[in-house]
Design a protein around this ligand. Sequence first.
Ligand SMILES: [Ca+2]
Ligand SMILES: [Ca+2]
Length: 257
Amino acid sequence: MIQVFETDATYNNPNRRRTDRPYNTPFGYESLGLFSTADDVNGDGLINSDDGYNVLQYGDLHPGDIKYADLSGPDGIPDGKIDAHDETVIGNTSFPYITYGFAPTVTWKGFDMSLFFQGSALVSLRTYSFQTVPFNNNDANTDYEYFNDHWTPDNQDAMYPIANSAPYANNTRETDFWMRDAGFIRLKTATLGYTLPTNVMEFLNIQSVRLYVTGQNILTLSKIKYMDPETAHTGNNAEIQTYPNQKSVIFGLDVTF
Ligand SMILES: [Ca+2]
Ligand SMILES: [Ca+2]
């Protein structure tokens, strides 16, 4: 992005500066993981100055809530409070820097094989909002993903925060905690065919017979396992609202008389 209007508040803070960054670069808080039971030193269920934690975040803090880095303040130095001054770049844009594809083909005797790989790299998926937040009104069936690895006293090293009956203010901020690497490589189509030898054809009095099998979306490599990384690039906020690509396999027979 060559030129953009921005206020001094963002321009003068190197973490927040919009100028010279790609359009739609995501900004938010740098997360320092989840608070643990040990962070609640006095054992009253809350994490605050009584436990030696002197950073103001959002509402009461509990074990299992997200901890944020106090990077800055109005004077350019950490001020013991998490707010807009602490913003920084939290990932790549939702549209990939790199997209690529390649299509090798091989023939050997009667066999023919053609493959089509497609992929993208340097792209982020923002999973906050409704991709994994439990009990949020949403169209995505990913609560199961959250449920299986949310914070509990017995699962301190969890992927997701403690579960609440409604999204909790501290845990639903823009933060790298919810950003995922959405790069992937996918075998979009693969075809394997076999053409019967000429001497067999002459015996059957047929010009040619070719058997083949074609598969679509049969192999995907990605760090995102619980939803389709290819659809991550379709939304402006990289929220996946589209139906995932389906795997399909087709068996065929071509006969020319
Ligand atoms: Ca406490
Ligand atoms: Ca701050």
